[in-house]
Design a protein around this ligand. Structure first.
Ligand SMILES: C[S@@+](CC[C@H](N)C(=O)[O-])C[C@H]1O[C@@H](n2cnc3c(N)ncnc32)[C@H](O)[C@@H]1O
Length: 231
């Protein structure tokens, strides 16, 4: 009986590995984030993601607690936070990335990661639990395009209210003019870094730490990354 259960588990792992390899390594889908635990480094935003994590990891002054990762894509930041000792909820609107996150969770035995498939809007935010850390990277501009700046700002305020310690933030910027979404953003002027800092201060943030600029695959324009402190 024990032997049969072990064989079954091995067979299940084999099937999960095969499915993950098929999805990630055959070029079937466009990959945004790297998955270092499975040797996937060919992502569109590989370097920029590894460097963003380095900056976030250096900024974090504590190693335990709970995390929301909004628009988690393939779960790169969710899994990194779990590896650092946090319990992390990754939320993703697209079905395939959400499915891949769950495959990685099973294969890598990331027990402290859970994934929700949901389109985060102001109403959905109200239902979220309060956490120590929120990761909100490169999703704000999608939300502005989808709902407009006023609704997006209410959503940011909801997320700030749900975050006890620090919210990591990055967005597509209005100076990324070769994109389809830049025209929906408020004009951030010649210094988007300053615009974003002032935006969070106007929403009641206590302190906004600038963590550097990071490349994207879209243009030579880099995006500013911030740690927003609530209190
Ligand atoms: C540009 S990618 C950024 C991924 C990741 N946060 C990062 O910075 O590496 C945006 C991701 O957010 C997801 N997304 C966009 N709008 C969303 C929403 N309203 N709720 C949940 N996920 C969303 C997209 O499907 C995509 O996976």
């Amino acid at each position: 009986m024990v032997f049969r259960l072990r064989s079954l588990k091995k067979f299940q792992q084999f099937l999960l590995h095969t499915e993950l390899n098929l999805l990630l390594k055959t070029g079937m889908i466009d990959i945004y984030q790297p998955i270092p635990w499975f040797g996937v480094q060919t992502a569109k935003r590989c370097e920029g993601t590894l460097k963003r994590w380095e900056a976030i990891n250096n900024e974090l002054g504590f190693t335990e607690g709970s995390v929301l990762d909004i628009g988690c894509d393939l779960g790169f930041f969710t899994f990194q936070m779990v590896r650092r000792g946090f319990f992390c909820i990754g939320i993703e609107t697209s079905a395939l990335p959400h499915h891949i996150c769950n495959l990685i969770k099973e294969i890598g035995e990331f027990e402290n990661a859970v994934f929700l498939k949901a389109n985060v809007d102001g109403q959905f935010c109200k239902k979220l639990p309060t956490v120590d850390v929120t990761i909100f990277l490169s999703v704000f501009h999608h939300i502005v395009r989808q709902f407009g700046i006023e609704t997006a700002t209410h959503l940011v305020q909801e997320l700030m209210g749900k975050t006890k310690k620090v919210l990591f933030f990055e967005t597509g910027q209005s100076n990324e003019t070769n994109t389809s979404w830049a025209k929906y953003l408020p004009e951030m002027g010649p210094n988007p870094q300053l615009w974003i800092e002032n935006y969070f201060i106007s929403l009641g943030a206590l302190r906004v730490n600038y963590l550097g600029d990071y490349e994207t695959h879209l243009s030579p324009i880099k995006r500013s990354l911030f740690a927003v402190y609530m209190g």
